[in-house]
Design a protein around this ligand. Structure first.
Ligand code: SR1
Ligand code: MG
Length: 399
């Protein structure tokens, strides 16, 4: 019988005493539940000097932001812990350190990141972390290369694909990214003033065919162990440090999905800055966001190529020029998935602070409109944008 029970703050402290890996467990005295995401409980555990020491995270058996009417697998805690542990193995400098997990209780213990801030919050305030783009690119290259067929033995790769089968979490993405925004669905939520724009998405044949292709590749292209939800709310930053958290959507999928999600969230911020900051700061912030996008893409592709040249184990995949050809496919996917992230965050249910925090309603609506039109442009033009400079030129053209 399952041991599962939902933790109280006191349970979280007891758990941390037992499994937190601290030298002085009896000093742990209290917990604060700090989860502000859509899915889980997150407890910060403090010692008797009021210092936070570790984090205890527990999956709830339902979607937290909706309630018990939307049940959700507890196996996501195992998948999250194992994804983070696998990614930590290849990129410890940019992956949160999970030190313990229990699949039955759907609980994991991880390092405390109180010295860091959630990147989305910083982006919304207009704070700039000049290394962050490169660090995200490095994280993506290291984790995705080392879990791909370029690096893993074919037997190991197939076993890993099986270990990370994640149907229920994938189904959320399949629905929220590729279905809901392009049909009339009760989960959708967008300003009434954008009704005709949103309705036009539903009857745009070229767009729907391109989105079907993206969904199909999300179903079928088991290229690497993805994080599956790399948005700026899943990334902690500090001066010169960056750590990725929250990998419950991890599974083997198309590499461009992770790269596209990361830059999609930077572009949501780009579209929303005029509603968040005064004109001069917003203009400066936008240039920084484009520079972040440039850095993510350049670091990802140059490091991936370098790793492919040095460490590809498969004789056919090692043939000179193949890795670069493969990265062109990844790039086309990246642009398409980036477009779907812009649309699903604005038309669909998973709204973000970048526009929720815009007080002026007219401005908020215009920023959301910009996200949707840019998303549509990118999905439609994905095969014709040759590189990151061409992408940035398109973004500037779109306003
Ligand atoms: C029902 S979960 C909605 C969204 O929250 C998560 O953070 C993922 O982005 C998911 O799509
Ligand atoms: Mg998350």
């Amino acid at each position: 019988m399952s041991q599962y029970r939902t933790f109280t703050a006191a349970d979280a402290v007891e758990y941390a005493k037992q499994f937190g890996g601290v030298d002085d467990p009896s000093a742990l005295v209290r917990a604060e539940e700090i989860g502000d995401g859509n899915l889980n409980l997150v407890f910060k555990i403090f010692d008797n000097q009021d210092r936070s020491r570790v984090v205890v995270k527990q999956a709830l058996p339902y979607v937290r932001c909706v309630g018990e009417s939307w049940p959700l697998t507890l196996d996501r805690a195992r998948l999250e812990a194992q994804t983070l542990i696998a990614h930590y193995q290849h990129c410890p400098q940019h992956t949160v350190n999970v030190t313990h997990y229990d699949a039955e209780l759907a609980v994991m213990v991880m390092e405390d990141l109180s010295s860091h801030q959630i990147w989305r919050g910083e982006l919304v305030k207009g704070a700039y972390y000049p290394q962050a783009g490169r660090q995200v690119g490095e994280y993506l290259a290291q984790t995705l290369f080392h879990t791909s067929d370029f690096y893993l033995h074919p037997h190991k790769k197939k076993a890993e694909v099986a270990r990370f089968i994640n149907p229920e979490m994938c189904e959320i993405t399949e629905d929220l990214f590729f279905n809901d925004p392009f049909i009339d669905h009760e989960r959708n939520k967008y300003p009434a003033a954008l009704e005709s724009l949103v309705v036009s998405l539903r009857t745009d044949d070229a767009l729907k065919i391109a989105v079907a292709g993206l969904k199909h590749r999300f179903f079928a292209d088991a290229e690497a162990l993805l994080h599956g939800d790399v948005h700026s709310g899943s990334i902690f930053v500090a001066d010169n440090s960056l750590k990725v958290i929250d990998a419950e959507f991890g599974y083997f999928g198309p590499i461009g999905f992770d790269v596209g999600s990361a830059i999609g969230n930077l572009l949501i911020n780009y579209c929303c800055l005029p509603g968040l900051l005064a004109p001069r700061e917003a203009a400066e912030g936008r240039e920084r966001r484009l520079s972040d996008v440039h850095d993510v893409v350049n670091q990802f592709s140059s490091r991936f190529l370098e790793l492919a040249q040095e460490k590809t184990t498969d004789v056919a995949l090692a043939y000179p020029g193949y890795a670069a050809t493969f990265l062109q496919k990844v790039w086309r996917d990246t642009i398409g998935y980036c477009g779907t992230e812009l649309i699903r965050r604005t038309v669909g249910m998973s709204h973000v602070a970048d526009f929720k925090n815009i007080e002026d309603e007219v401005m908020r609506t215009e920023c959301i409109r910009h996200c949707i039109t840019l998303g549509r442009t990118l999905i439609l033009a994905a095969d014709h944008i040759s590189d990151v400079d061409a992408l940035i030129a398109r973004i500037r053209q779109a306003g």
